[in-house]
Structures are given as structure tokens and as C-alpha cells.
Design a protein around this ligand. Sequence first.
Ligand code: F6R
Length: 609
Amino acid sequence: MCGIVGYIGKRNAVPFLLQGLEKLEYRGYDSSGIAINSSKGIEVIKKQGRLGVVKNIVESKPDFCSSLGIGHTRWATHGSPSDLNSHPHVSSCGKIALVHNGIIENYIEIKKNLIEKGFDFKSDTDSEVIVQLISSLYKNDIFSAVKKAVKILEGSFALGIICKDNPNVLIAVNKDSPVIIGAGTNENFIASDIPALLSETRIICRLPEKQIALIKATDFELYDFDGRMTQKNFTTVNWEVNAAEKNGYDHFMLKEIMEQPEVIKATLSPRISGPNLKLDNAVFSKEYLKNLNKICIVACGSAYHVGCVAKYFMEKLLRKTVEVDLASEFRYRCPIIDKNTLVIVISQSGETADSIAALREAKLKGARILSIVNVIGSTIASESDDVLYTHAGPEIAVATTKAYSAQLIVIYILGLYLAKSTQKINDENLSLLVKKLQNLPYQIENTLKYKEEVFKLAKKYYKYEKVFFIGRNLDYAVCMEGSLKLKEISYVHSEAYAAGELKHGTISLVDENTLIIAIATQPELVDKMISNIRTVRARGAKILVITSSLYIDKFNQVSDDVISVPEVSPELSASLAIIPLQLISYQIAKLRGCDIDKPRNLAKSVTVE
Ligand code: F6R
């Protein structure tokens, strides 16, 4: 939930630390700080608030420089946002500084023991306990103290550590929380995510699970928690530097919305070859498919909404049971799964704690795990039997847009692939749908061309405080995502409702102060949607309809405004209907003066359960 960075080399570490933290602010931004190992020993600047606060202090101190340092941007879990709770934390002896991402589950017990030994704590955090524990084990060898400490700690921890007595060493640790090492020439970097490193290096090494990196300026070594040296695996990242920048847009969210045609092409093209579909390295044998009893999808937030689309899409196509669960609920319903169940985990970050827990639960029960993930080598990807990567590139805005769209594409491909493998679709229909899939990026491009028209409607409706998104079937699944987008970035209370369900109670909330956003793209449900719309209109609600170009006239008669999206097979309509919803949420949030890329109380990667 926090971002960590570190530098060791010949240059002044501070500019990289500040710039790296800026790139990681999406992971948390209630406080930030930097620690360096200078000629004066460990020096720390840390403050509650956005990174700018720390940056201003640093810039007013020209002698705050060193070639070894660590930095942190925080999203509070233990202890409120405050200067004292900010990272880096420094041991009582003043020699060791540490940044932490994750949660230490046994910190109370460790803290009690350390207090009995005379250690003094300044913060309410679990993280300070780690640095004090390391300090209690320190006998002039920081690496050996860290090795002992990680054996005592329970929970998840990505760590960056520096020590006054070891000015040539930067230490990083990964347990259930990512750390990436960026390799430079006579300098090395660490960060919790790739965008922080892109301006410095393309050569990265993901610190594997339960490993410690001993990093020097010229090289680094990896060790497991038992102290055995392990192998380093490097990858070259081919993301453009400006892929992690705003590219001239006011916000990352708008930039990412506009990138969707490209992202969808990138996700589709390696998987389509003529009329055939390819599933990367995943192989489903005839035997496996014959015994497959059901598909279970687990995910959180927007990824869960992709799962809801997937249920409608796959169940109809495959005539196989498809269940979809919120990952945080999955374990507690004692799901009935076994080796003949395919569990699909959907996650942009690949690090969402609830999704990881659901994945592990399903694995224990013997299910085959296929994940749909955006971040290469992330925890979910590495613990799955098969991975289908979305090629959305880094997503910086907290509210997902392009990753959601890329996940939908992978779901379509997977569904069609399984349908073909189980003879549930004939070649003619398959090639028709594949062609429509290939056309989606262009249709999205066309939909995005109407951005200014959608923004005008946002101006008309941005003051509404009560919004319902209504739809049926696949459109209902899209409503869930539309409603989440609106509430998370504009703080307008909205709900997604199955259009036919409104009359069973909730309609009592509908009055002239209500905005209804109705999604109606499913041909056989158009007339039913018209009746539902008439009912809420009769209660004074304002109606905005999103429909396919085929039905504009019908909906014009019963609504205040209609946004049309290009005609597409009803099965694929979610990919188009979501576009105006993303745009209108963005513009409403902008008109309401909200912090669009970093909405309050939210973090991009939710690594706590
Ligand atoms: C909403 C949003 C979140 C994520 C959810 C899961 O815009 O981004 O709801 O979808 O936190 O995150 P991942 O996909 O990283 O597992």
C-alpha cells in the first residue's frame, strides 16, 4: 500500500529518490520521507502530506545529499498519517533507517519484548518495530541482522534498509510485497514498482519472494531467508518513459482512457492468428475440458466487474457454470471446488491481497489457476498455473480504465478459445466474433471522438448528488463499473441496479433530484428497459441513456439525453458502453474539483486484506 525507493551509486541519491517517489505516489500519498547516509550519519526528512512538502524541505537544504538513500510514500495502515508515523523509521541507536511496505502481523508481541529490553518507540507503526528488531540483532553486520530479523517477522514486508556503519550497502527484502531492483552502471536502484525506475534503467530484476538483496553500487547478490545465495533473473522493460507520464493530458486517468484503442490492439493481436485464437502458453487438453466441472472467477473492485461480464459472456457461450466471487468473500463461503474447477483470478496489479488469498485457497483445494494480470512477474502471476497478461502498460491513475478494458478482451479471447475447444461455437460464428473483436479498437476510437459531447452532458449533470445506473444482463455488469468509476473519483453517491429490481424497494429513493444513467445495448431487453425508464421518469428523475446506434430513436422518446455507441455484437457491448461512463465520471469529478488521479482514501494497489 506504500511506495519504496532506494539508491546506491556514485551520484547524489536525493534527486532519484524524489523523482521515484513521485512516480509511486499512486501507491499511497498521506506522508512521505527520505533517509540518507551522509558524512553526518543517518539523516531523515519526513512529513505528513503530499511529497511536495518533503520536496520543499529537501530543496531548501543543499547539503542534504549522499550517494546512498531510501525513500517512502505512505498510505496509513497502522497509526494515523502523521510526521512521526511517516517513513523512514530510524532505530533508537540512530544507525539504521528503514522503509517498509506491508503489514507485520506479530508486531505487538515483538514490540513488547523490545520495550522490555529498553527500546524506545516514537511511532504507532508496525514498521518501526522492524527497524528496532534489526537494531536489537545488530553486531556490526547489517546483513546478518536483517537475515535474523526476517525469520522472526510474520506478515508481508517489502523493505529498503541502510546502515550508518555500512555506507556501501543497500538492503532490500521481499516477503509478499514486491521489490524491483533496477540495474545501472556503477549504480543500482530499488523500487516497489517499475515506473519509478524507467527514467534510470530498463534492466530490472524482481526480487523473488522471501529473498534478501545485498546491493552495492557495482553489483548485487540475492539470498533466501536461510542465507543461501540464489540466482538473479533480469528482464528488460520495454515501456516507453512517457508511458508513465501524462503525455500532455490534465490527468493520468484521461490519458489512460484515451490509450484504450492501443491497449486493446496490444492485448488482442498476439492472440489472434487468422481465424484462430492463441492462449499464450496455456494448454487445455481434451481430457481436462471433458472433466471441467465449472469456472470460478475471483477478483476485487473493477476486476470483479470484469468477472461479472465474464459470467454472462462465458456461461451463455460455454453452457458451463461460471461463478463469480469477490475475492474477499471467496474463502468464507467454503467454495465447492476441486481439481476439475478452473479458477480465474483477475487483477491489474497482481498484488491485491484478497485476490492472492483467494488464489491460495483455490490452489489448496486442487483447482487449476489461470490469472489475468497486467504486471509481469507479480505475485498472482507467479503463483498461477497459467497467466494471460493484459498488455495495458503501467496504469497510474488510481481508478482503473485501460486495465479494465484489457481484462475484458482477455475474457472474450479465453471464452471463445474454450468454446471452440469444446465445440460450443462453429467456425463461422467464431470467425465472425473474432472479426468483431478485431474491430473493437476502431469502434472505441470512434466512441472517444465524442468526448466533448459527453463532457457537455457532464456539465449538465455534475451537481446531482444521487445517481442510479440501471441495466439488465451484461449491461447491469457494466453499470457496476460505471457506478464505481463515478463514486470513487467524484465522491457522488451512486448505485448500480439491475433495472428490473429497482421496483422491489429502491424506487422509493427516486425523485426529481435523481439522475438515472441507463445502459441499454442488449436487443432482446430494449423494450423492458424502456418500461423501466418510463417508471423512473414518472417519478421525476432525469434520464441519460447509453445505447447502441440502432436504438437512438426509441430511447430519445423516453429520456433527457442519449449517448450512442457503435453497433457491435451484444456479447461485446461492455467494451463500448463503458467508454462514455469513464468519460462522464472523469469530467464530473473534474467539474467538482476532485483529485482525479489520487482520490481520497484510495490506493492503487491494495496489498492488505
Ligand atoms: C477501481 C479499481 C479497483 C481495483 C481493485 C483490484 O477503479 O481500480 O477497484 O480494480 O482494487 O485491483 P487489482 O486489479 O490490482 O487486483
